[in-house]
Design a protein around this ligand. Structure first.
Ligand code: PLP
Length: 375
């Protein structure tokens, strides 16, 4: 896909498909025997753009995806994405038409939900969610009878079963013991099912699961954040981690460069006051585009002409200000990098997430719909 077929006018996302391909290779090399990637492309592929990402993954031979909602699955199908698409979350019965129309696979959040699905008389392909300790969705792994009843439902074709690891990113013996307990509970249940002749595809690994606990196996690895070349936190990576490459950059334009004299204030609340005569660049991106307002007042920066300019004053909804006194060539129309590289320098998604007191997953998935993206 050429990257040039979209507007890089005001504020946009760039995707490095070579890095995505690199991450796919690296993660595939870690897959346990018989396990395939089922990338998580929910929330617009963690803000990257679900369609271009899934299309590239299809091209790389990926034939299974997971999304959060039936609407997300439908969007992928409408764009020609092939392979299995698992809806990880609840779909209201009123929206189940999307699941059948677009040949999606629905997760069963518990026995009662399965009974509701059964009553619709729609022929549904499902994966059963199993709770092994996270206590989010799923039937408890000990509820063999209730789970078997789901297998017996006439309209439901149970093609898979899965659980979710909730401390796979945690350090220390306690987190490791908990994760091992989750795997034991899950595989114990799967063994019981196999003994009764049921062979659903079973999956348990997320990104940290695949990176740290590949021995817990499964037919799919539901990898999200690692595919995008990141982990939730910088410190989640340890020395043994393979090298992953960030896929996404966010860029915007310099709209205007203005003189600001010593003692003059700028922006809402005039919270920035120039300590010397200097220059301020107005950048065409704001918090409505997903740049956290908490990066205001020097806590964040942008890259212009290969150098770093601090964000000054309060970030606005659609614009922000950067002090470019030290980058005198700065001119209207220049590119400003909010996330990504410019020459020798880089601003990583980690840096923004840390400044905002959150994880990369949240930062990326909240990138705004107003950003132009490859299509
Ligand atoms: C989001 C999600 C994933 C992917 O998690 P990462 O940590 O980003 O790899 C996997 N499984 C389920 C059930 C999820 O909700």
């Amino acid at each position: 896909m050429p990257e040039t077929n979209y507007e890089k006018g005001r504020a946009w996302v760039e995707l490095d498909m070579e890095s995505l391909g690199h991450n796919v290779s690296v993660l595939r090399a870690l897959l346990p025997e018989g396990c395939r990637l089922m990338p998580a492309v929910k929330a617009n592929a963690y803000g990257h753009g679900a369609v271009p990402v899934a299309r590239e993954l299809n091209r790389l031979g990926v034939q299974a995806f997971c999304v959060a909602t039936a609407e997300e699955g439908a969007q992928l199908r409408r764009s020609g994405i092939t392979g299995e698409i698992l809806v990880l979350g609840y779909t209201h019965p009123r929206r189940l038409g999307l699941v059948t129309q677009f040949e999606l696979t629905q997760s069963v959040v518990d026995f009662e939900y399965a009974a509701l699905l059964e009553q619709t008389s729609l022929p549904l392909r499902v994966h059963i969610a199993v709770d092994t300790g996270m206590h989010r969705i799923g039937e408890r792994s000990g509820q063999l009878t209730r789970i078997l009843k789901i297998f017996h439902m006439r309209n439901l074709q149970v093609t898979g079963i899965f659980t979710h690891l909730c401390v796979s990113d945690g350090r220390g013996a306690e987190a490791e013991a908990f994760t091992s307990g989750q795997a034991a509970a899950f595989w114990g249940l799967v063994d019981e099912l196999r003994r009764r002749g049921y062979r659903p595809r079973a999956h348990i690994l997320n990104s940290c699961g695949l990176l740290r606990y590949p021995m817990y196996g499964g037919d799919y690895a539901r990898v999200g954040i690692a595919l995008y070349g990141l982990l939730s936190r910088r410190e989640d990576a340890d020395g043994t981690m393979p090298e992953l490459r960030p896929v996404l950059s966010v860029k915007a334009r310099v709209a205007h460069v203005a003189e600001l004299l010593a003692g003059e204030g700028a922006g809402y609340g005039l919270s920035y006051v120039a300590g010397r005569d200097g220059r301020i660049a107005v950048i065409t991106i704001g918090y409505a585009d997903g740049i956290p307002r908490s990066l205001s007042c020097g806590r964040g920066g942008v890259l212009i002409r290969g150098r770093r300019a601090p964000i000054v004053g309060r970030i606005c909804m659609d614009q922000l200000l950067a002090d470019v006194t030290e980058i005198p060539e700065t001119a209207s129309g220049d590119t400003a990098v909010l996330i990504g590289r410019d020459g020798e320098l880089e601003i990583s998604a980690y840096e923004l997430a840390e400044a905002d007191g959150t994880i990369t997953n949240e930062l990326l998935s909240r990138l705004g719909s107003r950003l132009s993206r490859p299509n």
